[in-house]
Design a protein around this ligand. Structure first.
Ligand code: BF8
Ligand code: SF4
Length: 680
């Protein structure tokens, strides 16, 4: 294979110019999901304003804001960069485009790191309380994972009870938020390979505490502190690695409390709702709430009450990442992803939508009030005017969860008595999820018990697979909902890329039947199909069905599972991560969390495609840092591209380049009988 099979792909230039990027801006039907399309007609008929209408109303959006050159950091502003030269080329304080773009970008990183990590902190507090007996409805469900995590973070496990160890693990996690010494955060450091840690130390981006890294970003971006764009970005990188710390501990501790996911079958899209049952949607992120609602829904007293109310049962279905959490561990179906939340309410079938934190549109309340649906917030930091608030009490979690279900039963009775129309779009797809890294290793171990990860690296080195891609991220109406997700998946699968993923992209994949074996037959290239078939053959006795096209690893915090995967591959291959044929793609990224994840993925040495553009284009300096220079420093860089075909070609080119380079380095090492170069 030549070094660059297509040199036209080796650039950081998007294929579509900015002015042409938004297509069909006045069309409200910006989705390919048939259930949402059906519900948009219902919404129109009932005069319900949804996010699709609001998106159209916002067009065209401000060019200053969308390219990052609007500053509101002090209230002399807003300042906008209006000219190439002269006074209008700076903010009132003298901040140039690069300072303003860099400051805005790293505040997004800090926002993302805060969201993931605060979620992790909540779980750490509950694990601690459970270990001390103060949160009796939670317990360690996976003592083996507890042992593994404890050993990894350097605790001795001998002679300690499960609760003693759980308390210590929770304490180490909590120290990662606020410790004042200059040692690296433990959950990050214990999960990275030496070469990466060395790189992070060399360039001084190692976080010592999560809260500190976030506070430092807020400090250095205050008016009149840091104006150097490169220095600012490096400060943001520290917050991004703090984000990785928070995500690692959120995943580890969730597995300890609720179990490490195993392959499980379920279904996805609005057809999972049932008009004759009590329908509860769990929406948000934190499994502390959603998993408890799932547990409560199986209690006999609740089942009796549902029956007494005339219900044929309870449907719990998920939206966003809390939906992924309960899908992974309990096979709970997916109602939709982020962009579909209001339209799920428009079915009229939802009795309660219970939410916790993150990605919960305030617009849900407007949709809910047109139906019997009760929107219930549960967390003190996340309330919506006009919705119900049931404070979720960790110390009486089962009681709190039952209260939510009882409200749903009451609402169900009102819905049935009122005879209010219900229209559930009859779309749902079968889906297989539950692929924690442990579950994947288990599949690989059936082929190579000694070195499970070698099954994957060997398939890449033999050319059967082109590499691995982590699919991550959100929905964003700057592109047509779910279209880029599904096209990127199809394109990569055809090129024999092994697909793992998290978040709303995997919910899109689930809705479109891509988490099934049928999709393997339909979309996988011959190498990928042979690999998946081989895995299935070796494991068929213990699997609930044939393996899917893409492997669902969980919620967004579970991108840590993918990081653990590329670290394991790098270790096995004897190289640093930038040599591993691994890429990432957030085809419809949107949130601050997506910005911080994308940033740390790059810091890990992984080229990362993002569909819709974050506000960076206003500074050519910052643009070149994140799209080009980052590659020289870390081995990973952003690829911004709204055209699915070009995105796929660029991702595959990045994989091919790594495979080519690895081959050359191996050949040289063999010829000179030296070690394979560890660094990239
Ligand atoms: O944490 S993918 S829209 S739900 S931010 Fe939000 Fe984005 Fe969905 Fe999950 Ni992740
Ligand atoms: Fe304007 Fe400077 Fe204030 Fe930003 S910090 S709003 S550029 S004066």
């Amino acid at each position: 294979m030549p070094r660059f099979s297509d040199t036209s792909l080796q650039n950081s230039k998007p294929s579509v110019a900015r002015k042409d990027r938004i297509k069909d801006a006045k069309n409200v039907k910006r989705t390919i999901d048939p259930a949402i399309l059906e519900m948009l007609d219902v919404a129109k008929e009932k005069n319900i304003i949804t996010t699709f209408d609001r998106w159209v109303a916002q067009q065209p959006q401000c060019a200053f804001g969308s390219t990052g050159i609007c500053c509101r950091i002090c209230f002399q502003g807003p300042c906008r960069i209006k000219a190439e030269e002269g006074p209008g080329s700076m903010g009132i304080c003298g901040a140039k485009d690069y300072t303003i773009v860099a400051r805005n970008a790293i505040r997004m990183m800090a926002g993302g790191a805060s969201a993931h990590s605060d979620h992790g902190r909540h779980i750490a507090h509950v694990l601690h309380a459970a270990a001390e007996g103060h949160a009796p409805d939670y317990k360690v469900t996976d003592p083996d994972k507890l042992q593994r995590v404890a050993k990894r973070i350097g605790l001795s496990v001998d002679g300690k009870s499960v609760n003693e160890l759980a308390k210590e693990v929770a304490e180490v996690a909590l120290e990662d938020f606020g410790k004042q010494d200059d040692s690296p955060t433990t959950f990050l450091w214990s999960s990275a390979i030496e070469a990466r840690k060395q790189k992070w130390m060399e360039i001084d981006v190692v976080p010592t505490a999560i809260d500190r890294a976030v506070v430092e970003v807020m400090h250095r971006t205050h008016i009149g502190v840091d104006a150097d764009p490169v220095n600012l970005i490096f400060g943001g990188l520290k917050a991004a690695l703090a984000d990785q710390t928070g995500m690692q501990l959120a995943t580890d501790l969730s597995d300890i409390l609720f179990g490490t996911p195993k392959p499980v079958l379920s279904e996805a899209n609005m057809g999972v709702l049932d008009a004759d049952k009590v329908n509860i949607i769990v929406h948000g992120h934190n499994p502390l709430l959603s998993q408890m609602v799932v547990y409560a829904s199986k209690e006999q007293d609740i089942l009796d009450e549902v029956k007494a109310a005339g219900g044929k049962g309870i449907v719990i279905a998920g939206i966003c990442c809390t939906g992924n959490e309960v899908l992974m561990r309990s096979g709970i179906p997916i109602a939709n992803n982020y962009m579909g939340a209001e339209l799920v309410i428009a079915t009229g079938a939802v009795d309660v939508m219970v939410v916790d934190v993150q990605c919960i549109m305030p617009g849900l309340r407007n949709a809910a009030e047109c139906f019997n649906t009760k929107l219930v917030t549960t967390m003190p930091i996340s309330k919506i005017p006009g919705s119900y608030h049931f404070a979720f009490d960790d110390t009486r979690a089962m009681e709190s969860a039952k209260a939510v279900i009882r409200l749903a039963i009451e609402t169900f009775k009102v819905r049935k008595a009122s005879g209010a129309p219900v229209q559930i779009p009859q779309y749902k797809s079968k889906t297989m999820a539950g692929f924690s890294l442990e579950a994947m290793m288990d599949l690989f171990a059936a082929i190579n018990p000694e070195k499970p990860i070698k099954v994957l690296t060997d398939a890449i080195e033999s050319g059967e697979l082109a590499g691995v891609c982590l699919l991550a991220g959100c929905n964003n109406l700057a592109v047509v909902h779910d279209q880029l997700h599904t096209e990127v998946i199809k394109g990569l699968a055809a090129k024999n890329v092994f697909l793992v993923g998290t978040g709303c992209v995997m919910q899109a994949a689930a809705k479109f039947g891509m988490l099934t074996y049928d999709a393997v037959e339909q979309y996988a290239g011959p190498g990928l199909k042979a690999f998946i078939d081989r895995l299935y053959e070796a494991n068929k006795d213990k699997l609930p069905g044939k393996l899917p096209l893409a492997f669902h690893m969980g919620s967004c915090v579970d991108n840590s599972r993918a990081a653990n995967m590329w670290m394991a591959m790098a270790e096995e291959m004897g190289v640093d991560v930038p040599k591993v044929p691994f890429v990432a793609s957030a085809p419809e990224g949107m949130s601050e969390k997506a910005v911080s994840i994308g940033t740390w993925v790059i810091l890990n040495g992984i080229p990362t495609h993002v569909g819709p553009f974050p506000p960076l284009e206003g500074s050519s300096l910052v643009w070149s840092v994140v799209t080009c220079i980052a590659h020289d420093v870390f081995g990973g860089n952003f690829i911004f591209e709204t055209d699915a075909k070009v995105a796929v070609d660029k991702l595959v080119a990045a994989l091919d380049y790594r495979t080519w380079k690895l081959g050359i380095h191996k050949k040289v090492a063999a010829e000179y009988e030296t070690e394979l170069a560890g660094v990239f």
